[in-house]
Design a protein around this ligand. Structure first.
Ligand code: KIV
Length: 262
């Protein structure tokens, strides 16, 4: 999967499945499932690092996880998520940091924001760096929202999202993530764009969907937004396995003869 392939998916009406991954093991499993776009999301701050939000995730941490995923992925498009303060300060820093993701093995970067970051998107695109925009509920603005809340509700706010989408596309964005906005608005944005939209909590009309891997697998259950569908129950499976192991060690049942050398 390449960036131009993403555009082709939209033209051909082929839906794009995207998931996050943060390490080599899961990157390989994701690829085995035939999912060909992997986002190394700054959501790792919450699901891997156990923080309350993504704001403390650093460039070095993102590059480390990007290297793990990109080193394992053979065919997937790997997108590196630019962390808080890696692109907001100025254009030069934004381009330099975006370039570091490509040097770490990513094929594209993602950043949050609309018209306000369009100049950064343009500068990155001019430097040959494919950029994915991210609109709607952008987690790096959680303090501004006062919590994780649906965005783009009401005529004016919906219009703002649409204008931001247009500004990002005009600046050269390769695709857009639309997070936690009404399905009707996501449909309008998707129809107005020539670049693909990837929804998360944005209804069924986007050109593709993305979920956080640990949410999808049922591994992370501390906070489950309405838009998450757990396709597995890995936390329950892990707990069960660990309890059985503990029980068997304590009863002297593990290791048995078949796990012993003679
Ligand atoms: O960080 C992340 O995983 C994301 C997705 C939820 C879109 O930005």
């Amino acid at each position: 999967m390449t960036v131009p392939d993403l555009q082709k998916c939209k033209r051909d009406g082929r839906k794009i499945a995207v998931v996050t991954a943060y390490d080599a093991l899961f990157a390989r499993i994701v690829e085995q499932a035939g999912i060909d776009v992997i986002l190394v999301g700054d959501s790792l701050g919450v699901v891997v690092q156990g923080k309350p939000n993504t704001l403390s995730v650093t460039m070095e941490e993102m590059l480390y996880h990007t290297r793990l995923v990109a080193g394992a992925a053979q065919r997937s498009l790997v997108i590196g998520d630019m962390p808080f303060l890696s692109y907001q300060v100025n254009r030069e820093e934004a381009v330099r940091n975006a370039g570091r993701f490509l040097q770490a093995g990513a094929h594209a970067v993602k950043l949050e924001g609309g018209a306000a970051v369009a100049d950064r998107v343009e500068a990155m695109a001019n430097a040959g760096i494919p950029v994915i925009g991210h609109l709607g509920m952008t987690p790096q603005s959680v303090q501004l929202y006062g919590g994780y809340r649906v965005q783009g509700k009401g005529k004016d706010r919906a219009q703002q999202v649409l204008e931001d989408a247009r500004a990002l596309q005009a600046a050269g964005a390769a695709a857009l993530v639309l997070e936690a906005i009404p399905a009707g608005l996501a449909k309008a944005v998707t129809e107005a764009m020539t670049i693909p939209t990837i929804g998360i909590g944005a209804g069924p009309h986007c050109d593709g969907q993305v979920l956080v891997l640990y949410d999808l697998l049922g591994l992370f259950d501390e906070f489950v937004p309405k838009f998450v569908k757990p396709y597995g129950h890995l936390k329950g499976d892990a707990l069960q396995a660990l309890c059985r192991y503990k029980d068997e060690v304590e009863k002297g049942l593990f290791p048995s003869d078949s796990e012993s050398y003679h």
